[in-house]
Design a protein around this ligand. Structure first.
Ligand SMILES: [Zn+2]
Length: 498
């Protein structure tokens, strides 16, 4: 990861943004003399102009000679590349990087500043649409949507863990049903579920109905036995999952399953999940195999053939490794996305608390920490490489932050995820589609997002370099438009006291 720090620094230093149009309202804008890179027409990348009116794309002109329409603010994209705003379909906005609940409470001012910066950090790296997978603090999402500048935000409502299963198991028994009130009742565990919760209110159908009613576009559930000290957590049966599937289909919601093992991904695929929300870094009994076992490739073939959405979330593992990387917190991009007080706290002895928790976790075994066998990372990569060759339906999702790690920072985490995807074998075209049109289609928001086409919301990103030539292009942003409003990238950096 440190090898990349230098490149990031150079890009940031060399980016004087086109300041004059910054802050301009959502009137009429003519973005001209620009190379249009839109994922539905990657065979027709060329110079042209885009007219933005009242927050929407009004016209896409692929003739470079057309004149500016009357009354439009003209933005020259000379030598630059215009892409649709990026979509990250796996974030957790209310989770604070580097902190657990008690540390959040003890550092309220740091958290407040961070949450003010949060939408800006996503925009800083070109993310103009997000999907939050598990609403635990609706007020954080409400504040996010009220921020002066923010990405468009969709969510999966409250997630559906099995009673006492992952991730509600992380909360103390007295608290977990309050934090995850949309859990799935399990009659086998009746004695471990508070009496105030009635089984009929916690069927898959009732839970999915609550998500739909709250305005969710997706349903998130889990198949996870756990790791570290809690590795025997209850998981749902195939019959229960079939009920979730039926309810999601009936309500038109996208069904996402947290699954990071061979067993879990097979469960998700067998049950007809729409999206597998993680890479496959646990192979169970096959963990020690250095090659990709035939049992696994058979499953991956089905995932690719069925066009099941696949989010590799490689930064989940990378984001744990940073605690063993003394140079990580020195990355020049970090002060761009988190306020100074938070970065100072990360660097304090208290800020490193999560390191010892990771040491206990099965996600990084001791051999891996010693750099001998990077097990989970290796296995995740092998699976991604195989799926890339099959041109599986990759969906770009970062799982930011995936744990209380400071290794998954908003916006920056997406940029790092793209680098890992590319190293693992995804082509630049696959990465670009995953973060634009594929995400838009999978989450059924493609009538408004994902391409540069007339009628769509004018969420756009202007890059100095082509995203079809290097991943580093995603760190060469000069301008971002949200609903037609132009924002110079430099104006989005974290401030001392917003
Ligand atoms: Zn997640």
């Amino acid at each position: 990861m440190h090898a990349r720090a230098g490149a990031i620094a150079l890009c940031l230093l060399a980016s004087p943004a086109a300041a004059p149009v910054s802050g301009q309202g959502p009137g009429r804008t003519w973005i001209t003399d620009v190379t249009i890179v839109s994922p539905e027409r990657l065979d027709q990348v060329g110079r042209g102009s885009v007219l933005v009116e009242n927050g929407r794309i009004a016209r896409v002109d692929r003739n470079a000679e057309t004149r500016a329409p009357a009354g439009a603010t003209v933005v020259s994209g000379h030598g630059q590349f215009l892409i649709p705003g990026l979509i990250d379909s796996h974030v957790h906005l209310a989770s604070i990087p580097g902190m657990d609940f008690s540390r959040e409470a003890a550092n309220a001012e740091i958290v407040r500043e961070y949450l003010v910066q949060l939408p800006r950090s996503y925009l800083y790296f070109g993310y103009t649409t997000l999907v939050d997978l598990a609403v635990v603090k609706p007020e954080v999402l409400a504040d996010f949507r009220k921020a002066p500048l923010h990405p468009d935000l969709f969510d999966c409502g409250e997630s559906l863990p099995v009673a006492n299963g992952y991730p509600m198991s992380f909360a103390p028994p007295a608290l977990r049903f309050k934090v995850f009130p949309n859990f799935i009742y399990d009659s086998g565990q009746a004695s471990s579920i508070p009496a105030e919760y009635r089984p009929e209110d916690h069927t898959p159908a009732a839970d999915v109905a609550r998500v739909k009613q709250a305005g969710g576009i997706c349903v998130k559930t889990y198949y996870e036995h756990g790791f570290g000290r809690d590795r025997h957590l209850p998981v749902m049966s195939a019959e229960t999952f079939a009920d979730v599937r039926r309810a999601a289909t009936a309500t038109g919601l996208v069904l996402m399953v947290h699954a990071n093992s061979f067993e879990a991904q097979r469960f998700a695929e067998d049950g007809g999940a729409d999206v597998i929300a993680h890479g496959m870094w646990n192979w169970g009994d096959l963990d020690r195999r250095q090659d990709l076992p035939g049992e696994i490739t058979a499953l991956l073939d089905r995932i690719a053939a069925n066009r099941t959405g696949y989010q590799p979330t490689m930064q989940v593992i990378e984001g744990l490794r940073v605690y063993f990387d003394p140079q990580y917190l020195g990355m020049p991009a970090i002060p761009k996305v988190v306020p100074p007080a938070m970065l100072m706290w990360f660097k304090s002895p208290e800020g490193a608390w999560f390191k010892s928790e990771i040491a206990d976790s099965a996600m990084t075994d001791s051999a891996e920490r010693a750099g001998i066998d990077r097990g989970p990372l290796r296995r995740g990569r092998q699976v991604v490489a195989y799926l890339a060759k099959k041109d599986a339906s990759f969906l770009f999702g970062t799982d930011t932050p995936s744990s209380p790690t400071y290794g998954n920072l908003p916006g920056l985490n997406g940029y790092l995820e793209m680098q890992h995807l590319h190293e693992a074998g995804l082509t630049l075209g696959q990465i670009f589609r995953a973060a634009t049109i594929s995400n838009a289609r999978a989450f059924k928001i493609d009538s408004a997002y994902g391409t540069i086409e007339p009628g769509k919301i004018a969420n756009l990103v202007l890059l100095r370099r082509s995203p079809l030539e290097s991943v580093e292009a995603y760190d060469s942003i000069s301008m971002v438009w949200v609903h037609g409003r132009a924002i110079a990238r430099d104006s989005l950096v974290a401030l001392a006291t917003p």
